[in-house]
Design a protein around this ligand. Sequence first.
Ligand code: GDP
Ligand code: MG
Length: 166
Amino acid sequence: KSGFVTLVGRPNVGKSTLMNRLIGQKIAITSHRPQTTRNKIQTVYTCDRGQIVFVDTPGIHKAKNKLGEYMVNVAEKTLKEVDVVLWLVEPSDRVGAGDQHIANQLKNINTPVVLVINKIDMVKKDQVFGFIEAYRKLMDFADIVPVSALKGSNEAELIDVIFKYL
Ligand code: GDP
Ligand code: MG
């Protein structure tokens, strides 16, 4: 099996960190500053089951200027071209207008969307269920996977889920 996956989500949720973790090498640029990743960066994950091409995008957010507009367009075009969209969120976030904005865009595409709740190392285990319930109200997800990109929890399960849709 082989196919394309993209990571979307608000700046700083950990898209680059997750991709680096999955690939096992530092390829994308991570930073505490938003908008570090300005263009698509593609990396290939290879294992005995096949290949996953990860397309790292700047993330979907409301554009505030021309550069922001360009970045949003790159991200949106990618959504329709891939086999699976991983939507990364932070458990510390409250589900709000920013999340609704992303959900509205993801609803308009036919690509399966997997909700990835990142940074679970920052919260108690029993809180994760509440976050899942809150995000479920936004849209129908193909799957929901909690992970910690930084500590490396649950990435094997995430890879399994991705292969389901390739
Ligand atoms: P991006 O803007 O979505 O690409 O986010 P980055 O990958 O650049 O990460 C933004 C910040 O969040 C960095 O300081 C990361 O170290 C941090 N971060 C990413 N994943 C995790 C995680 O699983 N747990 C914690 N505690 N921090 C994380
Ligand atoms: Mg990034």
